[in-house]
Design a protein around this ligand. Structure first.
Ligand SMILES: [Cu+2]
Length: 135
């Protein structure tokens, strides 16, 4: 009987060691992988308020022609079921693909006329005019 109880104590202590090593290992990778992802997502959602909005609806930019002053921010929002982009033909800005109800902000830095398209559906066209004067 003595040997059997020693045997059980040995197995029990081995289990405790295994449990301790598992519990000390598993939380660490989780916290290190989840923290950078949260930090990446936060700046996108905490964007400053936009001065103008372009809705992407029924494969059209609304309004198709928009003028804003330098330093102002235009927000593009896709309300279609399809992904769309707002891509300047000269490469000045590119929203990348926006999913349904996803928004993207662009702050104008240089006066000029910027025709843009949706790179997924190039027949979708709009023009952003950036003016010197304050709107
Ligand atoms: Cu599109």
């Amino acid at each position: 009987m003595k040997y059997i109880s020693y045997f059980f104590i040995a197995i029990a202590s081995a289990f405790v060691v295994i449990l301790l090593s598992l519990s000390s290992c598993s939380p660490n990778p989780k916290t290190t992988t989840s923290q950078p992802m949260v930090m990446k997502e936060q700046p996108q959602t905490s964007h400053q308020a936009a001065d103008a909005t372009v809705k992407i609806r029924n494969f059209k930019f609304e309004p198709a022609n928009l003028a804003i002053a330098v330093g102002k921010t235009v927000q593009f929002i896709n309300v279609d079921e399809e992904p769309h982009t707002a891509t300047a033909t000269d490469g000045t800005f590119n929203s990348k693909a926006l999913d349904t109800n996803q928004t993207w902000n662009y702050t104008a830095t240089k006066p000029g006329t910027y025709p843009y398209i949706c790179s997924v559906h190039p027949f979708m066209k709009g023009t952003l005019t950036v003016t010197n004067k304050k709107n």
